[in-house]
Ligand binder design. Structure first.
Ligand SMILES: Cc1ncc(COP(=O)(O)O)c(C=O)c1O
Length: 400
């Protein structure tokens, strides 16, 4: 008899975490490795946020809180949704969990029955399909194209919806493509959803604050308020405030869904760290002047990486609107031979050979459900990016 449950056997370990671990292990062996695989900002949590956490410890705010977040954090989140997204939620409509990832998982476990389908535009963040599988649902990936910025088209959504569709997961700006939906693109999707009232929407707005070239971020309920009663608007402090290790994610949604999610965590995780909650309160209520300079920095890095990758033979790199990822095509390299002498038959081969030959760790597109591409996280210093992109150029020049 297998130790692992059937549910667990349906999923695989996160490939992005796996590749980052492999890169760390190679580094520990003394190899010269540049890891562009991890999705986290390379700067530190701002001091005012750290101080708020230290204060919380000193003031004894170190006990259990309500399982889905303390009232002060829920109030701060309501304020954030109102101020930044024009969305009105009551505290009873807010769910807080140890990161954005558990918020999504809690929503899926609380709502999916066996066989319920979840439409997921591809390329997708690696965890969506596996979380759906773990919750007993059926992921329904819908491929997008580089030509439409890796964004879901209304007609493709329409074709994917069946009577078993429970959720559509939207992620804008996207991990891994960096693509972000315009108001018009969201309205087209909303128009389809209005014709299918049984479909709920989970919008993952984790990268909201990382948009470039004056792109105006909007979230689907802002564009189509008639979806308010069946949308979970999810967000978190991990990326915007460089707080990946603090583990706070949150969402606003209709009360019955939020109650169902609270019921679930009351018997599982209970509350996220009380100290991290106080840090998140400061992040949301405190000065926001930290965000703009980082946006500018990331935009410079995006431009550097896009320009250098487009000079590598066989690679085509679109310019994304946001997040800190690019998702270049390697179509021009498929069927050729790597400098190591091995054939490149897939994006996984490309990523393996690149790591082997040049010590650059990237994530292959198959992990995100759309090939032949790869993902680079450019949340690292310019010199490191220049070095990595030069190595990629050299690798591609040596492909025959
Ligand atoms: C699109 C997307 N959603 C959610 C998350 C999860 O964020 P957290 O670290 O807060 O769990 C990530 C993290 O990489 C992400 O890229």
């Amino acid at each position: 008899m297998s130790l692992e449950s059937e549910a667990l056997r349906r999923i695989k370990p996160s490939p992005t975490i796996g590749i980052s671990a492999k890169a760390r292990a190679l580094k520990a062996e003394g190899k010269d490795v540049i890891a562009l695989s991890a999705g986290e900002p390379d700067f530190d949590t701002p001091d005012n946020i750290k101080e708020a956490a230290i204060r919380a410890i000193r003031e004894g705010k170190t006990k259990y809180t309500d399982p889905d977040g303390c009232p002060e954090l829920k109030a701060a989140i309501c304020g954030k949704f109102e101020r930044e997204n024009g969305l009105t939620y009551k505290p009873s409509q807010i769910h807080v969990a140890p990161g954005g990832k558990p918020v999504i998982y809690n929503a899926l476990v609380a709502t999916l029955n066996p066989g319920d389908e979840v439409v997921i535009p591809a390329p997708y963040w690696v965890s969506y399909p596996d979380m759906v599988l773990l919750a007993g649902g059926v992921p329904v990936p819908v491929e997008t194209t580089a030509d439409c910025g890796f964004k879901l088209k209304a007609a493709d959504l329409e074709a994917a919806i069946t009577p078993r569709t429970k959720w559509l997961i939207l992620n804008s700006p996207s991990n891994p493509s960096g693509g972000a939906y315009t108001r018009k693109e969201l309205q087209d999707i909303a128009d389809v959803l209005l014709r299918h009232p049984h479909v709920w929407v989970l919008t993952d707005d984790m990268y909201e604050h990382l948009v470039f070239d004056d792109f105006e971020f909007t979230t689907i309920v802002q564009v189509e308020p008639r979806l308010y009663e069946r949308t979970l608007t999810m967000n978190g402090v991990s990326k915007a405030y460089a707080m990946t290790g603090w583990r706070i994610g949150y969402a606003g949604g209709p009360e019955p869904l939020i109650k169902a999610m609270a019921k679930m965590i009351s018997q599982t995780t209970s509350n996220p760290s009380s100290i991290s909650q106080w840090a998140a309160i400061e992040a949301l209520n405190g000065p926001q002047d930290f965000i703009k300079p980082h946006q500018k920095l990331f935009q410079e890095r995006r431009d550097l990486v896009v320009s250098m990758l487009n000079q590598a033979s066989g690679i085509k790199c679109p310019t994304p609107e946001g997040a800190f990822y690019v998702y270049p095509s390697i179509e021009g390299l498929i069927g050729k031979t790597a400098p190591t002498g091995k054939p490149i038959t897939s994006d996984e081969d490309f990523a393996c050979e690149l790591l082997e030959a040049e010590g650059v760790a990237v994530v292959h597109g198959a992990a995100f459900g759309l090939s032949p591409f790869f993902r680079i996280s450019y949340a690292t210093a310019n010199e490191v990016l220049e070095d990595a992109c030069s190595r990629i150029q050299r690798f591609c020049a040596e492909v025959r």
